[in-house]
Write a protein that binds this ligand. Structure first.
Ligand code: SF4
Length: 409
């Protein structure tokens, strides 16, 4: 397992696998071949099918600004290794001087075929929740203490900075109004939700309204290319921050404790990233929103005083009930179903945490088993449910007769 610094990344939305990953890879490749006069990028699979909506071509051109750049969308070739694959080729004049095959594996992380040295090394010896739990029990330490021990002191300021960035994004998003760019003409909703006055509003309604407002705020920032933190991806970036922000505001939790909760959430995300996938193109939305919900539930349980068993239980419940969730973004934008889905997952994360806190510790399903199941389920999903915009809502979407606008199917 890699450092949490490879999981939480601050960057521009709307998609970690379609913008952040390609941007990072292209940047490194460019810097290795500054003598090049021209670059060609060929996008395959999900990158080719939803790259336009996710701004992949735009970000690549921006990264290669100053160079002649050709981008090709190849929707025919299906790469067996990963659906988010692209080739980048450097030319000097007409001569091909270098090329990489890159896999954008989710959360802004990428791998280059045949180049192990480009991949960030693993630093954790334990690779399952079971092993981590065993370590913590043997050494009588909390989960966050285990993470601090493996990662070293530098992880604390890193996580504090991540938390700061998450809060800034929420506060920015809560103050914006207007239409989100793109053909859907979607209204920003965060501010309206946050400011809505409901007479005699009960506690449950208030909790859901605020959690949703925070989740919308981040996700709307993401959809408009704003700065967000991958948690674990851009598309699912609204879930964890909204739960933490809500906990801070309502329960008066200190930033120091929130940073510990971020470490707890991080190890959950990291386990899923290592043992399964956090890529919607590889395993559907269960891998993105399901993971974000698991991370947020674990963080919330830690903040509520739950022990290792409770933390595991809440993360497991959160993932179990996202199994099979498909990825079908309309027009390839990270808008519908993505923005609302972040709000729903934030509410669900708190429910999973509350449930885990009151259940007996006699569950039959472990976190490791549900992660394995998610991966297998994801690999079984047909490709049109894995970020290709060829199935589900993306296919059926129509501004139908109820809205008196043309059918799109
Ligand atoms: S549907 Fe889910 S996985 Fe797909 S782009 Fe939206 S948030 Fe990401």
């Amino acid at each position: 397992m890699q450092t949490l610094q490879e999981l939480y990344k601050i960057g521009n939305g709307p998609s970690s696998s379609h913008t952040m990953g390609p941007k990072r890879a292209v940047e490194i490749f460019k810097n290795k071949h500054l003598e090049a006069t021209k670059f060609k990028v060929i996008l395959y699979g999900s990158l080719a099918l939803t790259g336009k909506g996710h701004l992949t071509d735009y970000i690549i051109k921006e990264t290669l600004k100053g160079y002649e750049t050709q981008i090709e969308f190849n929707t025919e070739y299906k790469c067996e290794i990963h659906p988010n694959t692209f080739d980048i080729i450097a030319f000097k004049g007409e001569e091909n001087i270098a090329n990489w095959r890159v896999y954008s594996v989710g959360g802004g992380t990428f791998k280059v075929e045949g180049k192990k040295e480009i991949t960030v090394p693993d630093i954790y010896n334990e690779t399952s929740f079971y092993e981590i739990k065993e370590y913590c029990e043997k050494n009588n330490c909390d989960l966050y203490e285990y993470i601090y021990k493996v990662e070293g002191e530098e992880i604390k300021p890193f996580l504090a900075n991540i938390w700061e960035s998450m809060q800034k994004t929420i506060e920015k998003g809560l103050n914006k109004e207007g239409i989100i760019h793109g053909k859907l003409n979607l209204n920003r909703r965060a501010k309206g939700l946050f400011e809505k006055k409901i007479e005699n509003e009960n506690e449950v309604s208030k909790q859901n309204r605020l959690l949703s407002a925070y989740a919308y705020a981040t996700s709307e920032e993401n959809a408009t290319g704003g700065i967000i933190v991958t948690a674990p991806t851009c598309g699912a970036a609204g879930v964890l921050p909204s739960v933490l922000y809500y906990m801070k505001k309502i329960y008066n939790i200190s930033d120091e404790n929130i940073v510990k909760a971020l470490a707890v959430a991080g190890v959950i995300g990291n386990l899923i990233k290592t043992n399964a996938s956090i890529s919607g193109a590889e395993c559907g939305c269960q891998a993105e929103i399901g993971t974000a919900c698991s991370m947020a539930a674990a963080a919330c349980t830690y903040l509520l005083g739950g022990d290792l068993q409770k933390i595991e239980n809440s993360a497991e419940i959160a993932m179990e009930h996202h199994l099979g969730l498909t990825c079908d973004p309309i027009y390839g934008y990270v808008q519908i179903p993505c923005i609302e889905r972040n709000a729903v997952a934030a509410m669900r994360a708190m429910e999973c945490s509350n449930l885990a806190m009151i259940l007996e510790n006699d569950r039959k399903i472990s976190f490791d088993v549900v992660v394995e199941t998610m991966y297998e389920t994801g690999r079984d999903l047909q490709s049109h449910y894995r970020e290709t915009s060829e199935g589900g809502l993306a296919k059926k979407y129509c501004r139908n007769k109820y809205y008196n606008i043309d059918m799109q199917e």
